[in-house]
Design a protein around this ligand. Structure first.
Ligand code: SF4
Ligand code: SF4
Length: 305
């Protein structure tokens, strides 16, 4: 089973559009499992119409809770809390769960044993059936942290299911940026497809995400989305890729049909056979060539990674 991850240095570059199209195109040839690792804004479900089979709470950590019946309002907890999470109120003290880091300093210092540490349900994860294969996805509750931990959980579940079903490919739609959730999404990937746009910030973000994949020794391919909105910048990005020795998998044109497909809730490659889909097919061939064909050749040559 091979694993690919779709990443971009920032949000809004068309990452999910491309991941959904790859899911559609790949599933025509092989068995796949999908993971939406963008738990802060899970969008893959908007185009895959998932039917939820299982859903469970995600416990990200702990929060302190003050029992007002036992609290003697001494204020020690407010003094020891480095995160300003203890709030003074008219009748005593209360913990604001958003800034509470669950460090338990207040729990150990409270002279009245009025504080308990309780599990914090920070989101929910799902196993769903789609017409392309199983999808693992999650929703993080707004303003809750630990998205890296939730991404790891979603990916681990997806990976286990893929191994259990002897699936050929796991496709991970990663979160934007280069932070902890991105590292969690990229870990263990055989290939990262990096999506960028022909803008100054696009080139800058591509360099950052490429530094990340290079650091973790994940082979990368680049796709320039909306390449024709600024051909000069697109050429610069292509030149940058050549200089860094990273293959350019393809250049997608700007086309309103992509939005139309989103509105209809289907991957663009399923919605139209037009130029965008033709280029997506080419990109999928490149991905397949790099992640499946070449690795099989490497193994047949006797090299053990
Ligand atoms: S330390 Fe304990 S007793 Fe004192 S204010 Fe906080 S919760 Fe109440
Ligand atoms: S657990 Fe830590 S962060 Fe939360 S209220 Fe207590 S001292 Fe503050």
């Amino acid at each position: 089973m091979k694993q690919i991850v779709v990443l971009s240095g920032k949000g809004g570059t068309g990452k999910t559009t491309i991941a959904a199209a790859l899911a559609h195109l790949a599933s025509r040839e092989m068995s796949i499992v999908l993971a939406d690792a963008d738990v802060d804004a899970a969008n893959l479900e908007l185009v895959l119409a998932p039917e939820v089979q299982e859903s469970q709470d995600f416990v990200g950590g702990q929060v302190a809770v003050i029992n007002p019946q036992t609290c003697i309002a001494c204020g020690v907890c407010a003094e020891v809390c480095r995160f300003g999470a203890v709030v003074r109120e008219e009748n005593g003290y209360r913990v604001d769960r958003i800034p509470c880091e669950g460090c338990a300093a207040c729990f150990y210092q409270c002279p009245a044993n009025a504080i308990s540490m309780e599990n914090s349900v920070d989101g929910r994860w799902f196993q769903s059936r789609t017409r392309f294969g199983l999808l693992f996805h999650a929703h993080l509750i707004a303003a809750r942290e630990n998205s890296g931990k939730l991404v790891s959980l979603v990916k681990q579940r997806a990976r286990l299911a893929a191994l259990e079903d002897h699936s050929d490919l796991l496709i991970v739609d990663g979160p934007p940026g280069i932070g902890c959730p991105v590292i969690a999404a990229a870990t263990g990937a055989d290939l990262a497809l990096l999506i960028t746009e022909p803008t100054i910030s696009g080139a800058h973000d591509l360099a950052r995400i490429l530094a990340l994949t290079e650091h973790f020794r994940i082979q990368a391919l680049v796709c320039i989305n909306k390449a024709d909105i600024n051909p000069r910048r697109a050429k610069e990005v292509a030149h940058f890729c050549t200089e860094r020795g990273v293959p350019l998998a393809g250049c997608l044109p700007y086309d309103m049909v992509v939005t139309e497909a989103m509105v209809h809730g289907v991957p663009v490659s399923e919605y139209t056979d037009g130029p965008v889909t033709q280029e997506l097919i080419r990109i999928w061939q490149q991905v397949k060539d790099h992640v499946l064909v070449r690795s099989a050749e490497t193994l047949s040559n006797g090299y053990i990674p």
